[in-house]
Design a binder for this molecule. Sequence first.
Ligand SMILES: *Cc1c(COP(=O)(O)O)cnc(C)c1O
Length: 404
Amino acid sequence: MEQPISVTRSNFNDWMVPVFAPANFIPVRGEGSRIWDQENKEYIDFAGGIAVNALGHAHPVAVNALTEQATKLWHVGNGYTNEPVLRLAKQLTENTFADKVFFCNSGAEANEAALKLARKVGLDSGVAGKSGIVAFNNAFHGRTLFTVSAGGQPKYSQDFAPLPNGINHVAFNDLEAAKAAINEQTCAVIVEPIQGEGGVIPADIEFLKGLRALCDEFGALLIFDEVQTGVGRTGSLYAYMNSGVTPDILTTAKALGGGFPVGAMLTTDKFAPHFSVGTHGTTYGGNPLASAVAGAVFEFINTPEVLEGVKHRHQYFLDALNTLNAEYQVFDEIRGQGLLIGCVLKAEYAGKAKDITTWAGEEGLLALIAGPNVVRFTPSLIIPEQDIDEGIARLKRALAKLAK
Ligand SMILES: *Cc1c(COP(=O)(O)O)cnc(C)c1O
């Protein structure tokens, strides 16, 4: 066989549209919660591909599902259904509030489908002008024009005006502000149970309950964006299960395929029929390869052992991080649920989160930021304790650079 084309990090700047600024090394191989770069340097993975690699890298359950399906059937298009997608739909509906599923390839597409469905339900209600969407400051819902407009960070949307209208943003966790914004013309309220990209900020349970009551009062759909919090991330299968508040639509992606691109919009028998043949669609959504992997990953995660393990690891992480912080005094607060953890920098270190992740990389640790002031960890849900210990030791060396 011919040698593969040789590439280096600087080729990224040569050939890639510059919307990312990747680290200065290139990962080539992974196993569990460790990866190796082109120089065979080893890293502990506390990033998990941004809350995606729920089983770590090259987990046999995912590898087997992928390779088995790869020899059978990759793609047929939605003029035909397929066995893996029906099995996955059965798993998702049997284990959540939902009765029906629409599959797609990403979180943004799942939210796009959710917002379009809510608009259609609003239209079908016959109430004039029932198209308003209430969303929250600092929220993140994806990068399509509709979802980036629903997101609450104007810096991501303002360059692309004119934007879809009818979206009203109010303060997160401020029920009075939401109450003032929700009315008969509202077709949907979209909220993350924990704002992920926005800084790992959990929604108050009373806030979510209040949104549920307001949606019921005004006939609006409550959409939970669980793209980041879903599939075991918080120690429950979905974060809504922690709050006792059931949404009308739930969106899930990131960890759903354990690293294979797949997304889904879940809803009920009450709302699903407002989409009919041709109202919405996708070429790849529900593809057999993606569905087979997602089905295997979902089955593995949705067990008491794995979900309890996430809660246990949460405490283990917190103890280790608090010990570190007692020594270095860099974090004001450590927050989040399960294995979605945010460390908020003290004011004197404001804006330094990116530097910390760069230094962490030098020390052999992959970590994330959530805004300029929060260091975020979203590792594999089954990361071994010894990898947590080793990652914390490397984080300690990175924090030592900051404290200097
Ligand atoms: C990542 C994320 C999205 C977007 O998902 P993509 O797969 O990047 O389109 C949407 N909502 C939330 C809460 C996310 O964390």
